[in-house]
Write a protein that binds this ligand. Structure first.
Ligand code: FAD
Length: 377
């Protein structure tokens, strides 16, 4: 295009969410000069600021999967990182509660899976012990898994710490700069940006961590992999706040619907009792900007599900809070897919890594994902 500025960079990261920042930081720590291109006007405005802020211990993911490996490693790294950078964490622990025979029968397998994943400080407790820990739990709770490592953290302080580290090491984050297309060239990759001052940038390394847009961004790279068999699906998760004093100290997750981790309860860092997220499949082809409004009518389902383990939830206590959308690469009814972290060994394009379908536990895993990506290229 006439008048378009052209320049060279070392490493480009597309997207300044948790994953992009984690990758940029890991590259910067390896001495790479990093340029983060972000279409929004600030860091972490999409999925990274619309989640539960839970540091997951890694109970649920199939042993040997990237999710399991990166969550367990990421959890350890995140606690250490937060302590070193003054980011608030609350290692409150979590109880996964079973309220009927079917759920109780499924708990030993979940415990075994967690242990096989390398999760530490985890054990089975009976109903009485669970209620001793959390007296507001239903008398129906028969058995629970107690994970002491799970917790909450101030993700925004974490993102700012990452941004600071990237910039301290000579990297920069450029806002209002959407990547519109790219091309594989003989000596690296070329990325074209839109926005107020469109540019063409040549780089040795490109990490595509554009969240919900990672698939279209990957496809827009001429000479790169096209992922013809992959489709993105959005699953909206809404949260509600319960008024009144906090009745729990720990995160409470139901065994019910454990594949999607059910409607869980957390006392957030502000002391509010937060419930959710639920799961609402968005219409085929839905893409950002999403409608993040929370429909108050969804409260009915929350009352029903949450009262299975917290009968003390009062009528009229719930009010809508915020929502987020999970970037999924499998459709409704299919088992969860693993993270797609595709480097040159997968698609053959030197210097390119595509990160697609980085849903939960992407936040917990972000430091570990960054280190893996920096190692791959
Ligand atoms: C409801 C919900 C609850 C969750 N709870 C947890 C939890 O408790 N713990 C946990 O570990 N994980 C959780 N997750 C998952 C976690 O939030 C995500 O895995 C993580 O935030 C993904 O980060 P990201 O950087 O890949 O994506 P995003 O945060 O979406 O960042 C992508 C960035 O790319 C930018 N971008 C897009 N297109 C372009 C383009 N063309 N050019 C330039 N920039 C572009 C976007 O503006 C955005 O800033 C949850 C997710 C949801 C939806």
């Amino acid at each position: 295009m006439f008048g378009m500025e052209s320049f060279d960079a070392d490493a480009i990261v597309i997207g300044a969410g948790a994953v992009g920042l984690g990758c940029a930081r890991a590259l910067a720590l390896r001495g790479r000069e990093v340029l983060v291109l972000e279409s929004a006007g600030a860091i972490a405005t999409e999925t990274s600021s619309r989640n539960s802020e839970v540091i997951h211990a890694g109970l649920y993911y199939p042993t040997g999967s990237l999710k399991a490996e990166l969550c367990v490693a990421g959890c350890r790294k995140l606690y250490v990182y937060c302590a070193a950078h003054g980011v608030e964490t609350h290692r409150c622990g979590k109880l996964v509660v079973a309220v009927d025979d079917g759920e109780a029968a499924a708990t030993p397998a979940l415990l075994q899976n967690a242990q096989a994943n390398g999760v530490e400080n985890i054990r089975l407790v009976d109903g009485a012990e669970a209620r001793r820990l959390e007296p507001a739990l239903s008398p129906d709770v028969r058995v629970a898994i107690h994970s002491e490592t799970s917790g909450l953290f101030d993700s925004h302080a974490y993102f700012l710490a990452l941004q600071g580290e990237i910039e301290d090491r000579g990297g920069s984050i450029v806002f209002d700069t959407p990547v519109v297309r790219g091309a594989v060239r003989k000596d690296g990759l070329e990325i074209e940006t839109g926005g107020a001052s469109p540019s063409r940038i040549r780089a040795r390394t490109v990490v595509n961590s554009a969240g919900h847009q990672a698939l279209p961004v990957a496809r827009s790279i001429e000479g790169g992999p096209k992922y013809s068999g992959v489709r993105m699906h959005g699953v909206k998760g809404s949260y509600f706040i319960a008024s009144g004093r906090a009745a729990f100290a720990r995160l409470i997750y139901p065994m019910h619907n454990s594949a999607t981790q059910g409607l869980h309860l957390a006392i957030d860092l502000g002391g509010r009792t937060r419930l959710g997220p639920d799961a609402e499949w968005l219409p085929e082809g839905a893409k950002p900007p999403f409608d993040y409004e929370v429909d108050p009518a969804r409260a009915e389902h929350f009352y029903r599900e949450v009262r299975r383990y917290w009968p003390g939830l009062k009528d009229g206590a719930l009010s809508p809070d915020y929502s987020g959308v999970r970037p999924k690469i499998v459709g409704k009814g299919q088992p969860s897919a693993d993270f797609m972290i595709d480097g040159p060994e997968v698609h053959g394009v030197e210097g390119l890594v595509n990160l697609i379908g980085i849903e939960s536990p992407g936040l917990t895993s972000s430091l570990a994902i960054g280190e893996m990506v920096a190692g791959v290229i």
